[in-house]
Write a protein that binds this ligand. Sequence first.
Ligand SMILES: Nc1ncnc2c1ncn2[C@@H]1O[C@H](COP(=O)(O)OP(=O)(O)OP(=O)(O)O)[C@@H](O)[C@H]1O
Length: 226
Amino acid sequence: MSDALLEVRDLVVRYGEVTAVDRVSFSLAAGETLALDGPSGCGKSSTALAVLQLRRPSSGEVVFEGRELTALPERELRPLRPRMQPVFQDPYGSLSPRHRIRDAVAEPLKVQGRWSSTEGPARVAELLDRVGLDPSYGDRHPHELSGGQCQRAGIARALASEPRLLVLDEPVSSLDPSVRAGVLNLLADLQDDLGLGYLFICHDRAVVRHFADRVVEMRDGRVISG
Ligand SMILES: Nc1ncnc2c1ncn2[C@@H]1O[C@H](COP(=O)(O)OP(=O)(O)OP(=O)(O)O)[C@@H](O)[C@H]1O
């Protein structure tokens, strides 16, 4: 019995004739950061989407917390989805422009039946505070936040689901260099506190070296080292 949080075995993702991910395997423990590195188009994002089951792989296995996900119908996946949360490159893209930050963070609690009108607002304030945002930011809309603040709000929303795994697809690439370190430090703190596993996609070698425990190097859909 493996104690891996995530185990990916012989993963294949095809888009029609294109094989974007070709028998990729790796594993990730709780509290660990595994980086996927490689040139543009080598299949990093396709791997991430297949791990999250946002795109169903063509073949292979994704074992998360001991359960093989690829064979599960959507209704059986649904209760597991909160435990694996994505954070994408575009901080504004993961938050609806029409909703206040407070509502965006509250939504997972409501959808997952964990909202109460007495404790819910305090939980949202606590999550905003946890990501370094003053809870008064809850009143704002995404366009009233900087890119870094918006990415923090997106992380608060992801944390509302009480995940065990964050799939971080270029989470700081669109941010000003001056705010990148702050968001990476926040992610490192959260990992220390919560024991989260991170699948981390990033094309910045210096960031990868600094942030990742292990690196899986990809080329043309395949793992070439790691
Ligand atoms: N929705 C899609 N339909 C068809 N082909 C796709 C699709 N998404 C990705 N691809 C192709 O799959 C391959 C891998 O793309 P992917 O985005 O996974 O790579 P990546 O390493 O994440 O690249 P980048 O760093 O540029 O995001 C590429 O050849 C790409 O053109």
